[in-house]
Structure formats: structure tokens, C-alpha cells
Design a protein around this ligand. Structure first.
Ligand code: C5P
Length: 202
């Protein structure tokens, strides 16, 4: 297994208000936290995509930024961890759990995920139209691990958008499994999430 990492740190941060790449938690930029977790878990190298020191240019959509990262991987890479810079609190232990499951060798992708705590409803405007049975639903995080060949094939198979890489692999008929995620592995989406990360960071 020649494992590398890609940290996606591009995008405009529309919901946050400013690009998130340069935001700092306990003295380290979000992307630096993300890189450190992948390196500590054993990634041989980590490509950072985004306007950060040493980063390569991203794309219009997250999947385009991941594609840019894949194009920059060394030729000996066989497996890859894709991680959002927006998740600075993912621990090396979580990345390791993803790698260990991937190393079994029977699946194309591994994602960290947690059962939903909240009740989930479908709405139309202000109207609640349906309560979704949450049994069997999980909320998915990063880092996500893949056989590089499978991820490349999934990216080549269609041009539609996807909110994570596992979705592309699933759509292409690939096998994806999950390992338990971390409740502290929050995603910085809105400004108030930053204060939470600051409080939770080790
Ligand atoms: O915008 P959102 O928080 O969903 O983005 C998830 C992750 O994908 C972030 O780390 C962001 O930097 C990255 N991203 C990217 N290129 C884009 C859009 C998002 O690298 N075009």
C-alpha cells in the first residue's frame, strides 16, 4: 500500500462568508491540522489543494479540487486519503482506522460515519412534509480512503457533482464501507463552528 493524502482547501467558503483555508484554530491553519492528521497516520506525502503556502490550484467544485490533487500524486501512489481542510479535528487515530479497514483489501472506499442524533425531516418551504426513518442513516465525515484506481475510474465515469468522493465511487458501482467516525470531527461550515473547534482542539 503506497498511501498518500490530499487535503482540499479551495473554494469560496460561501456559507462561512470568507474562504476557510486561512482560518486558524489554536495557532494552526485548518489545512495544517488536516495535513498533520494524515501524516501522523502514515501518509507518505500530502498534496494540499488551495491558495495556501505550497498548495496547488483548486477547481470550481470540490470534486474538481480532488481531481487536481489526484493529478499531482506521484506515480507510485496506490491508495489515497481525501480530507477536508474544513475538518481540523479529525484525529490521526481516525485516519488510521480508515487505513486499517482499507488495507483489508476487499473494498474500494472507506468513510468515517456516525449514526444521526437528530430527528430528520423533509421540508418544503416552512412546511414539514415527512419525518425520515433514521434507522440505517449515518452522517459521513472525512478523511475518506480509496483504492486510487477505483477513485480515478469513478471520477472519469461522470461529470456530475458530488458532495464527497465516496458518492462518486458508489455511483460507479464501487464498494464503500464505513468505520465509526468521531463526534468531535466537526466541519467548519458557519462562523460559530470555529469557536467550537477552538474549544474542542487538543
Ligand atoms: O464548502 P464545503 O465546506 O462543503 O467544502 C468542503 C471542503 O472542500 C473544504 O475543505 C473546502 O476547502 C473544499 N473545497 C475545495 N474546492 C472547492 C470547494 C470546496 O477544495 N471548489
Amino acid at each position: 500500500m503506497n498511501l498518500y493524502g490530499i487535503v482540499v482547501a479551495a473554494g469560496r467558503g460561501e456559507r462561512f462568508g470568507v474562504p476557510k483555508a486561512g482560518l486558524v484554530v489554536q495557532g494552526l491553519s485548518l489545512w495544517q491540522w488536516a495535513v498533520a492528521a494524515l501524516e501522523a497516520a502514515g501518509a507518505a506525502g500530502v498534496i494540499v489543494v488551495g491558495e495556501v503556502p505550497g498548495g496547488i490550484p483548486g477547481g470550481a467544485r470540490r470534486r474538481d479540487s480532488v481531481a487536481a490533487g489526484m493529478a499531482a500524486l506521484p506515480p507510485d501512489a496506490t491508495h489515497v486519503l481525501i480530507h477536508d481542510a474544513a475538518r481540523p479535528l479529525a484525529t490521526p487515530a481516525l485516519a488510521t482506522a480508515v487505513i486499517v479497514r482499507l488495507a483489508v483489501g476487499d473494498v474500494d472506499g472507506v468513510v468515517p460515519a456516525l449514526p444521526l442524533g437528530d430527528t430528520i425531516k423533509r421540508v418544503e418551504g416552512e412546511r414539514v412534509v415527512e419525518t425520515i426513518q433514521r434507522t440505517g442513516l449515518v452522517a459521513v465525515q472525512t478523511p475518506q480512503g480509496f483504492r486510487l484506481e477505483a477513485l480515478r475510474a469513478a471520477h472519469a465515469a461522470d461529470a456530475d457533482d458530488a458532495t464527497d468522493d465516496a458518492q462518486l465511487v458508489e455511483r460507479h458501482g464501487g464498494s464503500v464501507v464505513y468505520v465509526p467516525g468521531e463526534s468531535t470531527n466537526l466541519k467548519i461550515t458557519y462562523p460559530e463552528d470555529l469557536a467550537l473547534a477552538e474549544a474542542l482542539a487538543p
